[in-house]
Every structure is written in structure tokens, then in C-alpha cells.
Design a binder for this molecule. Structure first.
Ligand SMILES: Nc1ncnc2c1ncn2[C@@H]1O[C@H](COP(=O)(O)OP(=O)(O)OP(=O)(O)O)[C@@H](O)[C@H]1O
Length: 249
């Protein structure tokens, strides 16, 4: 894959859940280093699109290419290799609450570590300095040994970001990463995500309910409405009419 090859390409992708069509005939190309926000009402298909991109969902129709591979035609082993290059951050953090922070951060190594090493690290934490550095980058270095469920929501989302830093993927997908945070923490988390994308040259795709954040921090906005792409535009070209149309019932 050359630097300018698409990182994702979707050709005629439709996603059905029983009789419900969550996404309809999506054609989309995303390039390395792009910062893309997915916006649209609840149920528009944003999370479904992210699950298709990280290969946790297979499309009902169409093709998904990620990092040069057609996801429905590769071996399980190759799929795991591709997925190692795609880090996902979720609204509900997806952390193990009763473990200390260091173990949740070290989960970023899991795609590379053997089962033995992973089990050993639960008893005697490995790569402590690397975990500490990642936590320093997200602003909570002192929480290394705190139990995860003793942290605030904003701090837990930072732990999830530190885990992605450790995973060091080519792509970061973030599914409504700020919906359970207050406006100030939301801004900090979005700024951290953008910083991670910018410093590492990583592609960032984020689903967001806040159009303001999308316009302020992202290069490209994709407006999804009832499973279709209503617009796909640079942030500077998104007009208030386009936003009104997106949220109009
Ligand atoms: N596993 C599933 N089984 C059945 N229906 C599903 C499933 N996942 C999503 N859907 C449906 O697909 C549609 C799109 O859902 P999706 O979660 O992608 O929307 P969204 O834009 O992310 O919404 P929100 O902003 O509320 O998270 C919705 O109608 C949802 O109920």
C-alpha cells in the first residue's frame, strides 16, 4: 500500500439488520491522515459504519477494503493483523473496571503479546514505563495503579486513549467518545484525539453528536441521514443549510 492509497474504500455497502436497513449503498473513500467526523441524527448509521470499518461487522452487500485488503476475502489471521492497525475508542470506554489502570493501558499490547506474556503481566505488570508515558501524554500519569472504576468518566476515557496510544494503530475510530462527558472534558478529549492523529499521522474517524466540535476540529464531515450519505464535504464548505437538512425530520 503506497502512502496515497486509500486507507478505507467502501463500494456499494448495504447493512441490514433483519428487515431494517441501517446503511444503504454507501460508497466512500478515506485517505491516510484524514480527520473525518461522522455526523447525523441518532439511528442514522454512524456506529454501524464504524463497526464495518473495523471489521467487527460484515456488510450484507458490497465490499469493504481496509489497508489494501478486501475484508470479506481475507483469512482470520490477516483480518486480525489489519484490526491491529485499527484502534477503536468507544462511548462507554470498554475498560475492565475492577483492574488497575496499568492493565487496561497494557491491553493495547494484546494484539502483539503472547497469551503467556499477557497473563504474566496481570500478575507482574510489564512495560510499566511505556504505560506511564502514555498516561503522561493523556494527562493522568499519577493514575497508573489506581483501580479503573475509581476514576471519573473523563479520566476513564483518557485511559482508553492511552490504550490506543500503546496499540499505536494507523487508524483511530472513535464512536461518540464524548457523549458521556461534560463540555470542558469533551473539548479536552477531542483535542487529545486530534493531537494523537496529527502527531502520529494517523487517520481519525469520529462519530459525533456535536456539529460544533466536528466543524471546529475536523477536516472533513460526512453527514449520514437514514443510512445514506447526505453530504461529504470539507468542514469549510459545510453550510448551515446542509446541517438543517441533515437534522430535519
Ligand atoms: N445489532 C443490531 N441489531 C439490530 N439493529 C441494529 C443493530 N445495530 C444497529 N441497529 C439499528 O441500525 C440503525 C443504525 O444504528 P447506529 O447505531 O448505527 O446509528 P447511530 O447513527 O450510531 O445512532 P446513535 O447516534 O444513536 O448512536 C438503528 O436503527 C439501530 O437501531
Amino acid at each position: 500500500m503506497s502512502d496515497s492509497s486509500p486507507i478505507f474504500q467502501l463500494n456499494g455497502v448495504t447493512q441490514q439488520f433483519g428487515r431494517l436497513t441501517a446503511l444503504m449503498e454507501i460508497n466512500l473513500t478515506l485517505y491516510p491522515g484524514e480527520r473525518v467526523a461522522l455526523v447525523g441524527s441518532s439511528g442514522a448509521g454512524k456506529s454501524t459504519l464504524l463497526r464495518l470499518l473495523n471489521g467487527t461487522l460484515q456488510p450484507s452487500q458490497g465490499e469493504i477494503w481496509a489497508l489494501g485488503y478486501n475484508l470479506s476475502q481475507i483469512s482470520t489471521q490477516r483480518l486480525r493483523q489489519v484490526q491491529r492497525q485499527i484502534g477503536t475508542v468507544y462511548q462507554q470506554f470498554h475498560l475492565v473496571d475492577n483492574l488497575r489502570v496499568i492493565h487496561n493501558v497494557n491491553a493495547g499490547h494484546l494484539g502483539r503479546w503472547s497469551l503467556f506474556k499477557a497473563a504474566l503481566s496481570l500478575l507482574f505488570p510489564l512495560e510499566v514505563e511505556t504505560a506511564h508515558q502514555a498516561l503522561t501524554q493523556v494527562g493522568i500519569p499519577d493514575k497508573l495503579y489506581t483501580r479503573t472504576d475509581q476514576l471519573s468518566g473523563g479520566q476513564q476515557q483518557r485511559v482508553a486513549l492511552a490504550r490506543v496510544l500503546i496499540q499505536n494503530p494507523l487508524v483511530i475510530l472513535a464512536d461518540e467518545p464524548i457523549s458521556s462527558l461534560d463540555p470542558e472534558l469533551s473539548r479536552e478529549v477531542i483535542e487529545l484525539l486530534c493531537q494523537m492523529s496529527e502527531q502520529g499521522g494517523k487517520t481519525l474517524v469520529t462519530s459525533l453528536h456535536s456539529v460544533d466540535f466536528a466543524l471546529r476540529y475536523y477536516h472533513r464531515l460526512i453527514g449520514l441521514k437514514m443510512g445514506r450519505i447526505l453530504f461529504d464535504s470539507s468542514a469549510t464548505n459545510v453550510s448551515s443549510e446542509m446541517i438543517d437538512q441533515l437534522y430535519k425530520i
